[in-house]
Design a protein around this ligand. Structure first.
Ligand code: GLC
Length: 438
C-alpha cells in the first residue's frame, strides 16, 4: 500500500468520525455553498467531458458492460493509452470560447478507471498508462487559471472492482469475483478517493454523482450511506455543490437537481419523471447520441438546435450541461469544436439574455420561450410563421424593442395578455424582443 494512501485513510477516518455532522433532514447549506449555488445559477451553461480509456475503443462509455467482455482484457487499453494531443489549455480555451462557464469532468466512470493520480488504485491514468500524466491536475490548474469552474463526475458504481456489490448493470462483465463483494470496503474506497479529489485539486465547485439507479430495482432499498458521504464533501469544501443523477427528487444534502436528456418537468427520454425542486437545476444532454466518444455516432445536433436548447433550458430557470466526448488522442472532436464555436459566437452577441437570468414569466409557448433579468423580459422567438404574437402576460409593458437593433415594437394590451406586433416575420435562430416591464 502506498504511504500517501495510509495518510488519506487516516484523515478520512477522522473526518468521518466527526460527531453530529452527518447530513440530516435539516441540512442547511453553508454561506459558501449558497454563494456557489448563485454562481452556478448565473452560469447557465457548462460543458460535460466524458473521457477515459473507453475512448480508445470508440464505442461509448458503456462498452465494458454492453458485451460480455473480460475486464482484464478491457483493462489492456490502459497500457496503450497515450493521448499525445491532450492539451488542457486548448480544451479550456475552446470551452471558454463556447461561452460555457464550467466544466464537469469524468474523474472515474463505471468502468473503474481513475483519471487522476489516485493512491487508492493503480488502475489510473498515472500508474497504468504509458502517458503517465495526471490529466485532472493539468485540467484543474488550467480551469483555475482561466476562471472556469470545475465540477467532477464521480461514479457510484464500479463494474470492474470486485468490492462493488453489483446491481442491475455490469452483470455481463467477465472476470469479477462476486463472492468478494464488500460494500464497507467499497464505500471507504470511494470516500478516500473523494477526499483526494477535494484536497489535491483546488476548488471543486461540484461533485456530480451517477449510478445510484443501479440498485433501484432492489426489493429491500439499498443503503448508499449518502448522508455521511455528503457530509464529508461539505466538510472538505463547504462551497462544493452536490448533485446526484439518480433521476429522483433530491435527497437531503444535495445542492442542485439534475435532469438527464430532458428539460426540467419534461420526460421525453424516460429518465426525468421526478418533480422539479426549488434547488438550482441542470439538464445534461449529448451533442450527438452518446456521452463517451463513439466512432459511429456522428449524428450531431445542429448549432441552431443546441442554441435553442440552451435558451429553452434558461427559460425554465435551469442550466445546460452539454457533453463532448474527446477522442483517444486527447483532442475534442472537430464536429464538437465547430458547434461550441457557433454557440460562443451567438452568446457573445446575446449572452445577457441567458446568463444571470431567471425563468421567464410564462411557460414555453409554441413560438418560443422567455427569460427575465430584473425589469427586462426577453421574448425568444423560434417560430418564423407569424408577425403577431399573443403573450399571456399579466404585467405592464413600458417599452418594447428588438434586442439586436433596438427597433421599437408595437404592443397592445388585450384581455388575454399583451399582443406583440412585430415589424417583420421573425427570422434566425432566436429572434429576441426585449420588454421593459413594470
Ligand atoms: C447515464 C449513463 C452514464 C453517463 C450519464 C451522464 O447515467 O449511465 O454513462 O455518464 O448518464 O448523464
Amino acid at each position: 500500500m502506498k504511504i500517501k494512501r495510509l495518510i488519506y485513510s487516516a484523515a478520512v477516518a477522522l473526518l468521518m468520525a466527526a460527531p453530529a455532522t452527518a447530513q440530516t433532514q435539516e441540512y442547511t447549506p453553508s454561506p459558501e455553498n449558497i454563494r456557489s449555488r448563485q454562481q452556478f445559477q448565473e452560469d447557465r451553461f457548462g460543458i460535460f467531458i466524458h473521457w477515459g480509456i473507453y475512448s480508445m475503443y470508440a464505442q461509448g462509455e458503456w462498452y465494458l458492460q454492453n458485451y460480455p467482455i473480460d475486464k482484464n482484457e478491457y483493462a489492456k487499453a490502459a497500457d496503450a493509452f497515450y493521448p499525445h494531443r491532450f492539451d488542457a489549455k486548448a480544451w479550456v480555451s475552446a470551452i471558454k470560447e463556447s461561452g460555457a462557464k464550467y466544466i464537469c469532468f469524468t474523474s472515474r466512470h463505471h468502468d473503474s478507471f481513475s483519471m487522476w493520480d489516485t493512491q487508492e488504485s493503480d488502475y489510473n491514468i498515472v500508474d497504468a498508462t504509458p502517458f503517465g500524466r495526471d490529466v485532472l491536475k493539468e485540467l484543474a490548474d488550467e480551469c483555475h487559471r482561466q476562471g472556469i469552474a470545475l465540477h467532477l463526475y464521480y461514479s457510484h458504481i464500479d463494474w470492474a472492482r470486485d468490492e462493488y456489490p453489483l446491481g442491475r448493470t455490469g452483470t455481463k462483465v467477465i472476470g469479477r469475483v462476486r463472492t468478494n463483494e464488500n460494500w464497507p470496503a467499497y464505500y471507504q474506497f470511494m470516500n478516500n478517493q473523494l477526499t483526494e479529489l477535494l484536497t489535491n485539486y483546488g476548488d471543486i465547485r461540484a461533485i456530480w454523482f451517477d449510478g445510484k439507479w443501479d440498485r433501484d430495482e432492489d426489493t429491500i432499498p439499498f443503503d448508499w450511506q449518502l448522508d455521511e458521504q455528503y457530509a464529508l464533501i461539505h466538510r472538505l469544501q463547504p462551497g462544493c455543490l452536490i448533485g446526484n443523477n439518480h433521476h429522483d427528487t433530491p435527497n437531503p444534502g444535495e445542492d442542485i437537481q439534475i435532469f438527464e436528456r430532458d428539460l426540467p418537468g419534461e420526460n421525453s427520454a424516460g429518465l426525468s419523471g421526478q418533480s422539479v425542486s426549488r434547488l438550482p437545476l441542470e439538464t445534461c444532454q449529448t451533442m450527438n447520441g452518446m456521452w463517451g466518444y463513439k466512432l459511429v455516432d456522428q449524428n450531431y445536433k445542429t448549432p441552431e438546435t443546441l442554441i435553442r436548447y440552451l435558451v429553452s433550458i434558461a427559460g425554465k430557470g435551469a442550466n445546460l450541461l452539454l457533453n463532448v466526448g474527446p477522442q483517444a488522442n486527447g483532442e475534442l472532436p472537430a464536429a464538437a469544436i465547430e458547434r461550441m464555436k457557433a454557440m460562443g459566437e451567438w452568446l457573445k452577441a446575446n449572452g445577457e439574455t441567458v446568463y444571470g437570468t431567471t425563468a421567464g414569466d410564462i411557460p414555453a409557448q409554441e413560438w418560443g420561450v422567455t427569460t427575465r433579468k430584473g425589469d427586462r423580459l426577453f421574448i425568444h422567438i423560434f417560430d418564423h410563421s407569424q408577425k403577431e404574437l399573443l403573450l399571456p402576460l399579466g404585467c405592464k409593458v413600458k417599452k418594447a424593442f428588438t434586442y439586436a437593433d433596438k427597433k421599437p415594437v408595437k404592443t397592445k394590451k388585450t384581455k388575454d395578455g399583451i399582443l406583440l406586433m412585430l415589424n417583420e416575420i421573425p427570422q434566425g435562430t432566436d429572434y429576441i424582443v426585449e420588454l421593459i416591464t413594470k
